[in-house]
Design a protein around this ligand. Structure first.
Ligand code: M6R
Length: 600
């Protein structure tokens, strides 16, 4: 996702910002930019694509010594990746860089346009700088103008703002997306970054800003607008910093799920309905069937959503593994909406399936994490999952965001189709809003998974079982375990066990049973009892106590099965990771696997 850096001091500001942006590259971005302030002059550079494009532009310019600068890497959310939409965004005399999404930008933009303000970009960010100037023009007081601006914004916004109105200062604020302020090692130096890596080696004293905290920094003073901040010491290792202190990227990405799912829902869940700016409401006009196509984890997200599309949108839905779909000579009719799901947007089989659907004249939509990827360029419509770059080969946050997008989409279609009552829609929206909370990793759950992991390092196999949407979740749990632990695991529909696999049951067969309270509890309970009667070792995951289990992971009691789904997802991810760690495997780069499978 987007990255921010800022600098006040006597070093080469341009160099500091470029090096800082380089450190943030791993988060993924599609354009870059910086604004450099020297008294009454601001120089701005922006470039589409990689940071080297910005470096090339800057090396052709005649640069001065700038005591202040702000820089940004942009991951497009509102508005395409173009140079015009790249940050910093300009008002008449100020510039801003921003991470997050301004939810009420449309209202603010309309108000400002009515006052005669002209907008250049398609971004939500641009409202911030115009709003600041509109307040400043009235009060001539930069601090007041900044405070008024912050008060007016809704959503997630971590920002740095510079202005010729007060040319020795950087105005900063953090809400939602991360932001750090640091006192540099040299006197009079102040630095900003959206993660520690750009600051390491240059500063020791930092404040990891809390939500709702901001202030005004200059070479001589850092003024906070509230008391809610604490100085702490920066770590010294960059590797450690990139992982935010976690042992593995996979672990970091599991812990990030709550935040990225919030990003993913921003602006899409509105007061009483779902909105997707990126698709046209007439997308399902004349559509009688949805066909989903994907590979691996993305296929599991698709399979999960097939229950939701039929249950909520009342649209016939089927799901295909892309490598199978390609060669089955599928019957494709134009009353089918073709949806592909891909974290990378580059998976060869899924891409080929999308091409086939396009050639057959089907309407197409991609649910993807990487803008400007091959699939987003090809599909008629794109919904981005906004998970930020995923580094661990074992997919975690991509799956949770894909599933949330697909759940939201099923409700969006349900509303258009009139297949859902308002009461039901409101209760689904209430549950959706609770997903980020459900995804927060509780210490006690992580510790339980860590302790349990030592009991599951042997045996002749694992069966993950569940019913309904908990069946694809079982598939996903089994995939996670096998790819990073190299232990044999299968996901199975619980009701199918007695049709064959139950013959394997003995104490060395580990059953991981997904037993949600809100969906078919009695049915899954009987299936697990059958396995227990045949001496399989049972690890039950459920909010309800279950006497027959050998091991038990207790989840929260909630009101919606999808909230149980997301909580159990985290348990499965942690359990596989802890087993993999105990086995001494490379968690982030398991053997034989690649992050992006661009060959058939
Ligand atoms: O980038 P994609 O979502 O298209 O990748 C599809 C699969 O290769 C991927 O989901 C894979 O199964 C995961 N890395 C497993 O964790």
């Amino acid at each position: 996702m987007c990255g921010i850096v800022g600098y006040i001091g006597k070093k080469d500001t341009t160099r500091f910002l470029l090096d800082g942006l380089k450190e943030l590259e791993y988060r993924g971005y599609d354009s870059t930019g910086m604004a450099l302030l020297n008294n009454n002059k601001i120089d701005v550079f922006k470039a589409l694509g990689k940071l080297t494009n910005l470096v090339n532009k800057i090396s052709n310019a005649s640069l001065e010594q700038y005591p202040i600068g702000i820089g940004h890497t942009r991951w497009a959310t509102h508005g395409k990746p173009t140079e015009l939409n790249a940050h910093p965004h300009l008002g008449e005399y100020s510039y801003v860089v921003h991470n997050g999404i301004i939810e009420n930008y449309k209202e603010i933009k309309e108000e400002l346009q009515a006052q005669g303000v002209k907008f250049l970009s398609q971004t939500d960010t641009e409202v911030i700088v115009h709003l600041f100037e509109s307040f400043y023009n009235k009060s001539n007081d930069s601090k007041k103008a900044f405070e008024n601006t912050i008060e007016k914004l809704k959503g997630a916004f971590s920002i740095l703002l510079i202005s010729k109105a007060d040319p020795e200062k950087i105005f900063f604020f953090k809400n939602g997306s991360p932001l750090i302020i640091a006192k540099g090692n040299d006197e009079g130096e102040v630095m900003f970054a959206s993660s520690d890596a750009p600051l390491i080696g240059f500063a020791q004293d930092v404040v990891y800003l809390e939500d709702g905290v901001g202030g005004i920094a200059s070479a001589s003073n850092i003024e906070f607008l509230s008391d809610n901040y604490t100085w702490s010491t920066l770590p010294t290792s960059k590797q450690f910093a990139q992982k935010d202190g976690f042992r593995f990227f996979m672990e970091k990405e599991i812990y990030e799920q709550s935040d990225v799912v919030s990003d993913c829902m921003l602006g899409r869940i509105q007061d009483e309905s779902i909105n997707f700016d990126e698709i046209n409401p007439n997308l399902i006009e004349g559509i009688k069937e949805i066909k989903l196509c994907a590979c691996g984890t993305s296929y599991h997200a698709g399979l999960t959503s097939s229950y939701l599309f039929e249950r909520l949108s009342k649209i016939k839905c089927n799901v295909e593994i892309a490598s199978e779909f390609r060669y089955k000579e599928p019957l494709l009719t134009k009353d089918t909406l073709f949806i592909v799901i891909s974290q990378s947007g580059e998976t060869a089989d899924t891409l080929e399936a999308l091409k086939m659907a396009k050639n057959a004249g089907l309407k197409s939509l991609v649910i993807c994490n990487v803008d400007n990827s091959s699939m987003t360029r090809l599909a008629d419509y794109t919904i981005l999952t906004r998970a930020g770059i995923e580094k661990g080969v074992a997919s975690t946050k991509a799956f949770s965001t894909q599933t949330v997008v697909l759940w939201m989409l099923s409700l969006y279609f349900a509303k258009i189709n009139g297949s859902i009552s308002n009461e039901k829609l409101q209760s689904e929206l209430k549950a959706l809003r609770e997903v980020p909370k459900t995804l927060i990793v509780e210490d006690k759950i992580h510790e339980k998974c860590r302790r349990l992991s030592k009991r599951y390092l042997h045996g002749h196999g694992f069966f993950f079982i569940g019913r309904d949407v908990f069946f694809p979740l079982a598939l996903e749990g089994a995939l996670k375990l096998k790819e990073i632990s190299y232990l044999h695991a299968e996901g199975y529909p619980a009701g199918e066990m007695k049709h064959g696999p139950i013959a394997l049951a003995d104490p060395e067969l580990f059953t991981i049973a997904l037993m949600p309270q809100n969906l078919l509890y009695d049915k899954i309970k009987s299936n697990v009892e059958e396995l227990s009667a045949r001496d399989s070792t049972i690890c039950a995951i459920s909010p309800l106590d279950f006497d027959l289990s050998d091991d038990f992971i207790k989840t929260q009691e909630t009101e919606h099965y999808m909230l149980e789904f997301f909580e159990m997802l985290v348990v499965l991810q942690l359990l596989s990771m802890e087993i993999s760690i105990r086995l001494g495997n490379d968690v982030d780069m398991p053997r034989n696997l690649a992050k992006s499978v661009t060959v058939e």
